[in-house]
Design a protein around this ligand. Sequence first.
Ligand SMILES: [Ca+2]
Length: 186
Amino acid sequence: MRDEKIIVTGDIISHHARTKLQERGVEIDAIAEIVYDLQHPYAPNLTMVECVESVDAVLVKREIQHAILVGIELDVLAEEGRLSEPLLSLITGDESLFGIDETIALGSVFGFGSIAVTTFGYLDKEKTGIIRKLDRSTDQVNTFLDDLVCSIAANASARLAHRLRDRDEAETKVVIRKPEDEELIG
Ligand SMILES: [Ca+2]
């Protein structure tokens, strides 16, 4: 037991979560590309900058950062053989009935509403872009990481969908309001 309690600030957690993703080969742009592919059919004017911004906003959430730290730590410990059996074999073998990798990632999806939950399910099944690359990698253990990326992308995509709808509605309101304004002038 430690005598002194170390206070871990949000800055430290955020920095570590981002660094860990990068160390494991996951760049923000690669997640943003998945978000772009998901949202572009509904928003033809969507830019990659908006997708990157949405991924960044998701990575600010403490719940996501914690999930990233726990998941990647377990992947790395398994890779280095530093877990006890049978957990070690369950993680290194990416045992399909294990399910804790999905549970941790799914836990951080609920904060972004039902669209995020369904998108997570879709990405987990389709494994697009970097998710497929992680899933097929033989260089490192990505049992937790592939699900974490599904979660980040699903959250960023859902967040963007809500924002784009808000923006559309705000624009429509201006159009609707116009005749009223003109009447008032008269
Ligand atoms: Ca997995």
